[in-house]
Design a binder for this molecule. Structure first.
Ligand SMILES: O=C(O)CCC(=O)C(=O)O
Ligand SMILES: [Fe+2]
Length: 261
């Protein structure tokens, strides 16, 4: 596996230092809530990462419980039927940062200064930091036939994903932009419920293997539809924080990893 960032990212197609490119990327993210960079990762690296994911597949923890769209505990003062308490199924699995092989290109990308500087400028943050816990910074998600990631809002302000292998069908990323305002504590129960009931039209991102996606998932409600066919979906999530020494919430770690550390 290559260790040099030059071998991993296609810098010809994506000049991460270029002011114009950074500005255009930033505008796209602001205007649409998502930035897609197709073939960001060199083809042979995508293949290597797919093999690596395949080799680690048996380590994956599959979510068995349910969660609400806000990824928070139940509120006993509200009825079980309230949208805040409505339980969503997620059946996909994942491996955690400590389980990603030490030689993986994913560690190189995650810690690379050029990559991080680009992300910072596009999302408009001074600096970004890894998670304090050993699980949450880099995750490889696995969705086998019939498995899905249900509707939710992310805890973090933005997410970075990298599709490694697409299923034959399904595994579609669907979202509704700006559905709530987390900073203002605005939950927007009415429209969240409408999305869950299928009463609101949703947008879809067309993501192919090797595509880097930047996504504002804290206020955009999103899901990944069930995988159709025998080929599993492999997707990497690169997660950063706005401040150092922050761990993912225990609730989220137990839901998605089945352990705290
Ligand atoms: O699998 C994806 O494309 C999105 C993953 C996601 O939304 C998440 O991990 O919170
Ligand atoms: Fe998400």
């Amino acid at each position: 596996m290559a260790n040099s960032i030059q071998d991993i990212i296609d810098f010809k197609a994506y000049p991460l230092h270029d002011k114009g490119f950074i500005e255009a990327s930033r505008r796209t993210l602001d205007e649409t809530g998502a930035l897609l960079l197709p073939q960001f990762i060199q083809k042979q690296i995508v293949s290597a990462l797919a093999q690596e994911a395949e080799a680690c597949a048996e380590l994956a923890y599959f979510t068995s419980g349910t969660h609400n769209v806000y990824l928070t505990p139940q509120d006993e003062s509200l009825p079980a039927s309230h949208v805040y308490n409505r339980q969503i199924t997620s059946s996909k699995g994942c491996i955690t940062t400590d389980q990603v092989p030490a030689t993986s290109a994913l560690h190189v990308i995650y810690h690379n200064d050029d990559f991080k500087n680009f992300i910072c400028q596009v999302v408009g943050q001074e600096a970004i930091y890894p998670y304090a816990d050993p699980l949450s910074s880099i995750n490889v998600h696995y969705a086998h036939e019939g498995q899905e990631l249900g509707w939710h809002f992310d805890n973090s302000a933005f997410a970075i994903t990298l599709l490694i292998q697409a299923p034959e069908a399904g595994g579609r990323f669907e979202y509704v932009k700006d559905l709530r305002d987390a900073d203002k504590g605005e939950m927007n129960f009415e429209q969240v419920e409408a999305v869950l009931d299928g009463d609101i039209a949703v947008d879809t991102l067309d993501i192919t293997p090797g595509t880097l996606v930047l996504f504002r998932g804290r206020n955009a409600m999103h899901r990944v539809t069930p995988t159709i066919g025998k080929r599993p979906r492999f997707l990497v999530v690169l997660a950063y924080n706005e401040a150092p020494n922050i761990a993912l919430s225990e609730q989220a770690r137990m839901t998605f990893f089945g352990r705290l550390g």
